[in-house]
Design a protein around this ligand. Structure first.
Ligand SMILES: Cc1cc2nc3c(=O)[nH]c(=O)nc-3n(C[C@H](O)[C@H](O)[C@H](O)COP(=O)(O)O)c2cc1C
Length: 148
């Protein structure tokens, strides 16, 4: 199975840690959507979109990457880290319109956050993602591809 994770992780590199943990164990490529705007994804069987959450949304670079580069009829999954660890994947909708993508998995965990006033109190979720989060992410990925 040829698999890639399209990632934007601009705050503390939290989401990149999650993507890299999966990549290291599971033979998955990672591409930085902030640096790379265009890529042919037609050869990939599975495409992940990974992002920190900014204003309740996936990073604009990831949404735009999907809109521009995601071929039709692909299997996709989402990874995110955020302060609130909620499901923010709805924010990807505008990048997926008309693509007939099949969402086969979602993983999220807390990520260290020093945005705005949180900086004054030393941030929230310090040390996250931690080893346990990374282990859970790898497990999530392995379970997901086993079912495909
Ligand atoms: C500008 C900005 C806005 C943020 N907005 C949210 C938000 O709306 N909801 C949330 O749960 N976390 C929010 N966060 C926290 C980040 O999502 C969290 O720290 C995440 O782990 C950052 O990932 P990264 O290091 O991969 O960029 C925000 C952080 C920043 C810097």
């Amino acid at each position: 199975m040829k698999s890639i994770i399209v990632c934007a992780s601009t705050h503390h590199g939290n989401t990149r840690k999650v993507a890299d943990a999966i990549a290291k164990e599971c033979n998955v490529e990672v591409v930085d959507a902030v640096a790379v705007r265009e890529k042919d994804l037609s050869d990939y069987d599975l495409i992940g979109f990974a992002s920190g959450i900014y204003g309740a949304k996936f990073h604009r670079a990831v949404i735009d990457f999907a809109a521009k580069n995601l071929p039709n009829d692909k299997k996709i999954f989402f990874l995110s880290t955020s302060a609130m660890n909620m499901d923010f994947t709805k924010s990807m909708d505008s990048g997926l319109t008309g693509k007939n993508a099949e969402v086969v998995g979602k993983f999220s965990c807390n990520g260290y956050n020093t945005f705005g006033p949180f900086k004054l109190i030393g941030g929230t979720s310090k040390g996250r993602p931690n080893e346990e989060d990374l282990k859970n992410a790898v497990e999530f990925y392995k379970n997901m591809i086993e079912k495909l």
